[in-house]
Design a binder for this molecule. Sequence first.
Ligand code: HEM
Ligand SMILES: *[C@@H]1O[C@H](CO)[C@@H](O)[C@H](O)[C@H]1NC(C)=O
Ligand SMILES: *[C@@H]1O[C@H](CO)[C@@H](O)[C@H](O)[C@H]1NC(C)=O
Ligand SMILES: *[C@@H]1O[C@H](CO)[C@@H](O)[C@H](O)[C@H]1NC(C)=O
Ligand SMILES: *[C@@H]1O[C@H](CO)[C@@H](O)[C@H](O)[C@H]1NC(C)=O
Ligand SMILES: *[C@@H]1O[C@H](CO)[C@@H](O)[C@H](O)[C@H]1NC(C)=O
Ligand SMILES: *[C@@H]1O[C@H](CO)[C@@H](O)[C@H](O)[C@H]1NC(C)=O
Ligand SMILES: *[C@@H]1O[C@H](CO)[C@@H](O)[C@H](O)[C@H]1NC(C)=O
Ligand SMILES: *[C@@H]1O[C@H](CO)[C@@H](O)[C@H](O)[C@H]1NC(C)=O
Length: 279
Amino acid sequence: MKASIISASLALTLASAHPSIISSRDAVNTSDTGAFIAAGPDDLRGPCPMMNTLANHGFLPRDGGNITRENAVYALTEGLNFNASVANIMWEQAIIANPEPNATFFTLDNLNRHNVLEHDASISRSDAAFGNNHVFNQTIFDTTTAYWTEETLDANQLANGKIFRQLQSKAFNPNYTFTSTTEAFSLGEMSAPILIFGDIPAGTVNKSLVLFFFENEKLPTELGWTKQATPINLDQVGTTSQLISNATSLITASQPAAAQAVLSRRNLVRDLHSGGLII
Ligand code: HEM
Ligand SMILES: *[C@@H]1O[C@H](CO)[C@@H](O)[C@H](O)[C@H]1NC(C)=O
Ligand SMILES: *[C@@H]1O[C@H](CO)[C@@H](O)[C@H](O)[C@H]1NC(C)=O
Ligand SMILES: *[C@@H]1O[C@H](CO)[C@@H](O)[C@H](O)[C@H]1NC(C)=O
Ligand SMILES: *[C@@H]1O[C@H](CO)[C@@H](O)[C@H](O)[C@H]1NC(C)=O
Ligand SMILES: *[C@@H]1O[C@H](CO)[C@@H](O)[C@H](O)[C@H]1NC(C)=O
Ligand SMILES: *[C@@H]1O[C@H](CO)[C@@H](O)[C@H](O)[C@H]1NC(C)=O
Ligand SMILES: *[C@@H]1O[C@H](CO)[C@@H](O)[C@H](O)[C@H]1NC(C)=O
Ligand SMILES: *[C@@H]1O[C@H](CO)[C@@H](O)[C@H](O)[C@H]1NC(C)=O
């Protein structure tokens, strides 16, 4: 957290000391969007594969700084075709990442602050307690994608990979922290690939596009992806998130018919196998 405060105030100091230099790097140059340029050593990046990607394509400032409301809304609407009001909400939810009071921007580095927005059990990053919480980690991602067994991912596949990561953290990270707010954020994160790269009504997404995006922090345009034809709205965000939420349950809907027939003959009473409950 201390490092983020220092870099945020460093950015401010630099901005006032060298306004011309910083503004040419830190304002979005709208004639420079689209092209992919990987981050250089002085560019700030964070734990969000999509915010990093938007900076790599110049939809956000390429140096990862100065993510004002205006710059964030531009990136999310122009780069990904989010509905502008949804984009505004996303920025409003994220501005607390900047530790400065009444901040008007955040940086990608601000997003690294542990347990502010960044959290344990990410599908492609290590837990803070185990080291770097924001750089893409292929070893971690491979353990997630072991559960992505189909070429077309659905809510179930995305949820399974996430649950595995939560179990790993809960089992082996004594610092494991995952509140109900973290859960809500995580459901949004797991719905994101469907919303951006997938078929929203079907609730599915081509796995190749998702792997390419995570591993390169690049939009999968060369694999045939184009942004959604109509703006991604709040209802779609909510429904897709609920689709993932429903898929996290380890309980199935029903028994096969034959087993059901046998079970229906049992008169359930409280005992050890019913967990002391009548079910
Ligand atoms: C204002 C916009 C956004 C902000 C501030 C933001 C911020 C974050 C942060 C802080 C994390 C790290 C959580 C963790 O510890 O895993 C994260 C993760 C994530 N974000 Fe974003 N995000 C934004 C928009 C998006 C969009 C538009 C997408 C669409 C693809 C996206 C996809 C993801 C995914 C998939 C993860 C999970 C990564 C993982 O578990 O390894 N984000 N985001
Ligand atoms: C930050 O972005 C805003 C647009 O929201 C722009 O007007 C401003 O010049 C940028 N600041 C710097 C330091 O580049
Ligand atoms: C904006 O990008 C275009 C295209 O890359 C470039 O020609 C121009 O010099 C850039 N403008 C600024 C102010 O950096
Ligand atoms: C964005 O969503 C708002 C609120 O749901 C709606 O009023 C508006 O028409 C939408 N805009 C676009 C461009 O879809
Ligand atoms: C932040 O904004 C609040 C409400 O507008 C104001 O009372 C407060 O003084 C501001 N703090 C700083 C450090 O500017
Ligand atoms: C990736 O994560 C593993 C497990 O947390 C860790 O041991 C390893 O050092 C990480 N690799 C990198 C490059 O950070
Ligand atoms: C882990 O937990 C300990 C004890 O609460 C705390 O001192 C430490 O800062 C935590 N480390 C991380 C990386 O979360
Ligand atoms: C997914 O996209 C890749 C790359 O465009 C394509 O080769 C593949 O056929 C697609 N898979 C499915 C199941 O549509
Ligand atoms: C999630 O499950 C609830 C309860 O079964 C159901 O009402 C709802 O329609 C499901 N949501 C989605 C998006 O499938």
